[in-house]
Design a protein. Structure first.
Length: 170
């Protein structure tokens, strides 16, 4: 079974730019982080957020989780079928599984794991597409690399030597 994909849609760049705005906000907020996310349904942004793990002392407060929580509060449900999640960085395993449980219909991300330093991902190199495929979600679409160059600006690149104290996943 493979994850289906219609490819990049005309509105994807517009909504990814909104996720980039969230990444900028997170990057400029003390204790927050540089990953941005928006969740959209029927052309309307329903929730937006950025990484808050350090800010909240909560290792689960990735941009995607923060935004999913905001959406759940807003809609008073945990079923987000019909929604597209846009994120500036390829979702990690935790966030991918959260999207599966939330019944997100489509995930669109910017920077891929090959565009950034390995410190941003778990060491087992799980790929979001593999997790979704293995969860038998043939009704979920995942598209990567949308505005990747713009998204990659927030992160260390492969081959960079980031400060050791920032390398929390290594």
């Amino acid at each position: 079974m493979s994850v289906k994909s219609r490819g990049v849609l005309p509105e994807d760049e517009r909504f990814m730019r909104l996720a980039i705005e969230q990444a900028c906000q997170g990057d400029q907020t003390r204790g927050a982080g540089e990953v941005g996310c928006v969740i959209v349904r029927d052309g309307e942004v329903l929730a937006a957020g950025h990484n808050e793990a350090e800010l909240r002392h909560d290792p689960t407060a990735h941009a995607e989780i923060v935004t999913l929580r905001k959406l759940g509060e807003k809609l008073q449900t945990a079923d987000f079928h019909g929604c597209t999640l846009y994120c500036t960085l390829q979702p990690c395993g935790m966030c991918s599984v959260a999207c599966i449980w939330a019944k997100i219909t489509r995930i669109v991300y910017g920077a891929t794991r090959n565009d950034v330093h390995s410190m941003y991902f778990d060491t087992r190199h799980f790929n979001a597409s593999d997790l979704i495929r293995d969860a038998f979600r043939d009704d979920m679409e995942i598209v990567g690399g949308v505005l990747a160059r713009e998204c990659t600006q927030f992160y260390y690149r492969p081959g960079d030597n980031p400060p050791r104290e920032e390398q929390i996943n290594i």
